[in-house]
Design a protein around this ligand. Structure first.
Ligand code: TYD
Ligand code: MG
Length: 458
């Protein structure tokens, strides 16, 4: 009766995005990457066997023990803030960021602090040797750093054994891409490896209630290398951002099952590791030139804490050919739209000029509320007339040249007031919703259209 088993079907998978393909293709149709599709081998499903003993029963939420989410504050305030109060036991955090941004440094500092507080902690490194990590730990101004247990390995099984034998409460894997599951033949960093390594480590962390940090490499467009599934598997995704040529670093929670997303923590890279920056606005504005055209201060408020950033623009005659637009820290597409709106709706001759724009301090300022201040910075440079130095501006600009309301106007104004600013250019729709406390001590300049805002300011 036994029918011969059909020849095993080969599946293909993109190593960049994890999309499945029925046959080999040179370019992944899902993410557009070339030469990323390879034969996929199914990972053994041993983990799932171990996890469910088949004894779990559904129960009402009120009977669920809330102590399950036990937090371990690291004592590094800015990191705890980004995490919504600190890592959670049994929670897995993926930290992504450019090489050299300070991922290893940040997590070594966190482990040092947690160790100092009496926790058993483990640092697994597949990137550097144990002595390189020890050297860094000695450099840090962090008591407790030398009590951190270190394991230098690229074998998943070694890491698993250390997590089981050492029973740490907090562990760091640096990095997820360097570990390989020796039961699989794929190269380390391939989708199959990543998926297996990540799911086995996550499973272990959940069962043994380890707060686990996974460091992940990022691709050139800033997303975490490897399949998107990695981001789905973990509880929290942190991005470590910043211009490597500047000292400022921002940790941003892009996803957080245990706290608010988009919360940020701010650091400065110093000789003794990362230093917290509890009052970023003052630092971001410290080097602002006085009475120079092309500079406008704007409050950003993506996270729960608003911050002031300085936007700068420089408009210059285009030398040859197509005019250039070069941006750092601001959104280039947004700038292009704003220039077209300035030309068509505010009658500025700008489209044939070179325009350079930046947000100072290495911040990535891409919020829509920065449309109005960025446009004003461009006009200020074009006219070579400085903006009033005690004024900040915020508001979204629409294609018709209208200025639209943005979220959290009160918090933005409060931050500006705290830093000594006197006048606020803001969308009229926002100005109408403010209560008396929120507008106390500042002069509001409500605007409805970009052209009107320019007329009032210059
Ligand atoms: P690192 O944490 O190794 O970055 P990542 O793990 O994200 O690749 O940090 C790298 C940079 O930080 C390196 O160029 C040196 C610098 N650094 C300092 O400036 N001060 C310090 O105290 C330390 C430890 C590093
Ligand atoms: Mg590193």
């Amino acid at each position: 009766m036994a029918t011969k088993k059909k020849k095993k079907k080969v599946a293909y998978e993109c190593s960049a995005c994890g999309a499945a393909h029925a046959r080999w293709v040179g370019r992944c149709g899902t993410c557009g990457e070339w030469n990323s599709v390879d034969e996929a081998k199914a990972a053994p499903t041993q983990a799932s066997k171990e996890r469910s003993g088949g004894t779990s029963k559904a129960r009402p939420l009120r009977e669920v023990d809330l102590e399950d989410a036990e937090r371990l504050p690291t004592g590094i305030g800015e990191l705890d803030r980004a995490l919504g109060g600190g890592p959670v036991r049994g929670g897995v955090i993926l930290l992504g960021g450019d090489p050299g941004i300070g991922k290893s440094t940040l997590l070594m500092q966190a482990l040092a602090a947690l160790s100092q507080a009496g926790n058993e902690v483990l640092y697994v490194t597949g990137e550097e040797s144990a002595s390189q990590v020890a050297l860094r730990a000695r450099r840090l101004d962090a008591p407790g750093a030398l009590d951190v247990h270190i394991l230098a390995t690229t074998e998943l099984q070694d890491a698993e054994n250390a997590l089981i034998d050492g029973s740490p409460t907090v562990a760091v894997i640096d990095s997820i891409q360097t570990l390989r599951d020796s039961e699989l033949s794929n190269a380390p960093g391939s989708v199959t490896q990543l998926r297996s390594v990540a799911s086995r480590l996550i499973d272990l962390a959940k069962r043994r209630r380890i707060a686990l940090f996974l460091i992940g490499h990022v691709t050139k467009d800033g997303t975490i290398a490897g399949p998107k599934v990695l981001e789905h598997l973990v509880d929290t995704v942190l991005a470590f951002e910043g211009d490597p040529t500047h000292a400022f670093r921002i940790v941003r929670a892009n996803k957080n099952r245990f706290g608010p997303a988009q919360e940020i923590g701010i650091f400065e890279m110093a000789g003794v590791g990362l230093r917290e920056v509890p009052d970023p606005s003052a630092l971001f504005l410290a080097e602002r030139p006085d009475a120079t055209s092309g500079s406008v201060v704007a409050p950003i408020a993506e996270a729960t804490r608003p911050m002031l950033v300085e936007l700068q623009a420089l408009v210059a005659p285009a030398a040859y050919g197509a005019p250039r637009r070069v941006v750092t820290g601001v959104d280039g597409n947004r700038l292009a739209i704003l220039l077209a709106v300035l030309e068509r709706r505010a009658r500025m001759r700008i489209l044939d000029r070179d325009v350079f724009a930046s947000a100072t301090g290495g911040v990535r300022a891409t919020e829509r509320a920065l449309d109005l201040p960025l446009a004003l910075a461009v006009v200020s440079s074009l006219k070579d007339v400085p903006m009033d130095p005690e004024t900040v501006a915020f508001g979204e600009v629409g294609l018709a040249g209208e200025v639209r309301a943005v979220p959290r106007p009160g918090a933005r104004i409060a931050e500006a007031r705290k830093l000594g600013f006197r006048r606020i250019v803001l969308p009229k729709a926002n100005a109408n919703t403010l209560n008396p406390d929120e507008k106390e001590g500042v002069e509001l300049i409500p605007v409805q259209a970009l052209a009107g805002a320019i007329a009032k300011m210059f």
